[in-house]
Write a protein that binds this ligand. Structure first.
Ligand code: ADP
Length: 656
């Protein structure tokens, strides 16, 4: 329906345009017709001057010339009218009436015919009329109505008069006049159709050219739009690539990552300074900064209202300023105090809670506005920083929990060894008491042999030293401390817990043998945690063998495996049933009635924190072997937390 209406209105429009063009052509040819009139009429009058009354000739000529003047004025008016194309009907009607008047004037020749004295004059008049008919009609072909209005009054009166005369010649002339009229009108009709056809063709061509030009314009506009979008896309791709490059580069600390991002942002946004700030109430504190010159130092505290960040945080989305001095921002406290012309900032949230802002600024104005890609990028950066800080906090909390857990597990091991330890301490104390009593009774009995007393005192001193050593070992082992990674010798660490190892193995008559190569390189480890893992594995092996009928042996061995030292603890116990092998290291997995099931999983987490691995393999004959690896000190990556206090077994300098 709509399409039909559209087609109709398009047709109507093109018909009007063709009609306007016809009228234009009508007026364009009109001067030719007027000129012919102006020349032929006086010529006719001149020829008839001797034979017809002058008054008649003057009346006819002046009437015709008057119509010609009207025609000429009409042509001028048409040419001057700027809106002539909008009212073609009116102009066509006016000209048709003018031509009709002209035709009537020529039709008035009927009187001249009647007054002519001879056939020669009458023939001349008829000739002039024929010429005026043909010539006039030809100039009026653009509009058929004009042709008809001109030709009928011109031809019919004289022709009818000629036909009514009782003279064969005049009758033939009349018939010829009728034929001329028919010929002229059909020729006009033919030309009119041809003209209309060519005008339609021309218009179609024009419309085609116009729509081609419009289509070209459209294509060019969409090309430009496409190019613009492509450039924006390219820009955003570049930004993403840069962003990805920065965040994908592995860095040890969150601070380093944020620092790298600030530097990237400064370069990308072309600002002198990049800042990560924490906002608390009305307090704005600089947490991290990149750039020099106008940059604020880390730790600087400002009133929040003195910063554009206040507005960015309030807005909850990116805020950009390119030239503060030329906008309302010049009224802002930040501009008045710090003269910051350029600013791009976005709020940072941690766990959904506002934390502060990420911003980039400069005291120089920025020549081009920040793009939507810049806004998206800073928002992405702010989100990423929020996530990094959150992750860092979580990691620190997990680390704290892990340290506590490891310590609790160590205390648990000590607790399990408590009765044995008490016995171990009790033995030298009993010996000391015995030696003291013996010496005292000898002194009381008056038997004083200084050499014997000295020997007994030496024994007392040695036993108390032994007690002291055990107590020191217990104290050191029970101590809570953060891991300190040092280059340590496996053998020395094992020697340090010799007391505990003997204590553990003796309780179930287990033989402990050690195969540690003398040239084993030092490993990078926290001494306490290393010993904790060894004790834990030995404790489990002893537990597993306590019902053994056969030999009870634990073999502690070590070997180099590429850049690691592999420690093995092999027992001759019952081993582990295949169906629970894969669950051994799971937290809370235990087969003991009073077990916690945490020893192995904590040992595994300790070893993994060292960059090593813990696993178990069934022995060929009986029992199971637990293995773990530790990095050789020379090849190891640097530890996360540098040690504050060297352990006795440490060799060389602090590895961190
Ligand atoms: P817990 O000693 O409290 O049970 P662990 O994590 O130290 O917790 O040990 C988990 C389980 O692994 C033990 O209960 C035991 O069944 C098994 N296991 C550990 N060491 C050995 C071993 N040397 N031989 C046989 N089974 C073992």
């Amino acid at each position: 329906m709509n399409a039909a209406i559209l087609v109709d209105s398009t047709n109507e429009l093109s018909t009007r345009r063709i009609f306007a063009e016809q009228v234009r052509l009508l007026y364009a040819q009109a001067p030719l017709s007027a000129l012919a009139n102006a020349l032929i009429a006086p010529l006719l009058v001149l020829v008839l001057w001797p034979v017809i009354a002058h008054s008649v000739l003057w009346a006819w000529l002046l009437t015709l010339e008057a119509t010609l003047v009207i025609c000429a004025l009409l042509i001028l008016a048409f040419r001057r009218d700027p809106h002539r194309h909008e009212t073609p009907e009116r102009w066509a009607d006016r000209y048709t009436w003018a031509c009709a008047a002209c035709g009537i004037c020529w039709g008035g020749c009927l009187f001249l015919l009647a007054l002519s004295p001879s056939l020669v004059y009458q023939t001349f008049i008829a000739l002039c009329l024929g010429g005026m008919l043909m010539g006039g009609v030809l100039t009026m072909t653009p509009w058929l109505t004009t042709c008809i209005f001109y030709s009928l009054p011109l031809v019919l009166p004289p022709t009818l008069w000629l036909l009514l005369q009782d003279d064969l010649m005049l009758t033939v002339m009349g018939i010829t006049g009728i034929l001329y009229l028919v010929l002229a009108l059909s020729t006009a009709q033919h030309y009119h159709q041809t003209l209309q056809h060519s005008l339609r063709l021309g218009l179609d061509n024009l419309t085609l050219a116009e729509s081609a030009a419009a289509a070209k314009e459209l294509v060019e506009a969409s090309h430009a739009q496409l190019a613009e979008r492509q450039a924006a896309l390219q820009d955003s791709l570049e930004a993403m690539r840069e962003f990805y490059r920065v965040i994908a580069t592995p860095r040890r600390h969150a601070n380093d990552q944020i620092q790298a991002l600030l530097a990237m942002g400064r370069e990308r946004f072309g600002t002198a300074v990049g800042i990560l700030a924490h906002i608390e109430g009305q307090r704005y504190e600089v947490i991290q900064t990149s750039g020099t010159g106008t940059g604020l130092a880390v730790g600087t505290v400002l009133p929040l209202e003195e910063t554009y960040c206040n507005e960015a945080a309030r807005l909850g989305s990116p805020l950009s300023i390119e030239h503060a001095a030329t906008t309302r921002w010049r009224e802002h406290l930040c501009y008045q105090k710090h003269h910051l012309e350029t600013y791009l900032g976005a709020p940072v949230h941690i766990g959904g809670q506002p934390y502060g802002t990420l911003c980039f600024y400069d005291q120089k104005p920025r020549p081009t506005p920040f793009s939507s890609v810049d806004h998206e990028l800073i928002q992405l950066m702010a989100r990423w920083i929020g996530a990094v800080i959150e992750q860092d906090r979580t990691a620190a909390a997990v680390q704290r929990q892990h340290t506590l857990l490891v310590h609790a597990s160590r205390l648990n091991t000590l607790g399990e060894m408590a009765s044995g330890l008490a016995h171990e301490i009790n033995q030298p104390i009993t010996a000391i008491a015995l030696y003291a009593e013996t010496s005292l009774s000898r002194l009381r009995g008056g038997v004083v042999d200084p050499t014997e007393i000295a020997a007994t005192l030496e024994k007392i001193a040695s036993q108390s030293a032994r007690t002291n050593t055990i107590i020191q070992h217990i104290r050191r082992f029970a101590r809570q401390s953060k891991p300190h990674y040092l280059a340590v010798h496996t053998k020395a660490l094992l020697d340090e817990i010799d007391d505990f190892l003997i204590l553990e193995t003796h309780r179930h008559e287990v033989r402990l043998q050690q195969h540690i190569p003398p040239n084993l390189p030092p490993v990078l480890a926290d001494p306490l945690q290393f010993q904790q893992v060894i004790l834990n594995l030995i404790h489990n092996a002893v537990d597993a063998m306590h019902t053994n009928e056969g030999p009870r042996t634990i073999t502690l061995s070590a070997r180099i495996d590429r850049e690691m030292v592999e420690i093995g603890i092999e027992d001759t116990g019952p081993g582990v049933p295949p169906d629970i092998f894969s669950r051994l290291l799971h937290p809370f997995f235990t087969t003991k009635p009073d077990g916690l099931g945490l020893g192995l999983s904590i040992s595994e987490s300790i070893i993994e924190a060292h960059g090593g691995r813990l696993w178990a393999t069934p022995n060929r004959e009986r029992g199971v072997t637990f293995h773990f690896t530790l990095p050789i000190a020379n090849h190891a990556s640097l530890p996360e937390h540098p040690p504050t206090e060297p352990a006795p077994a440490a060799v060389g300098s602090n590895a961190g």
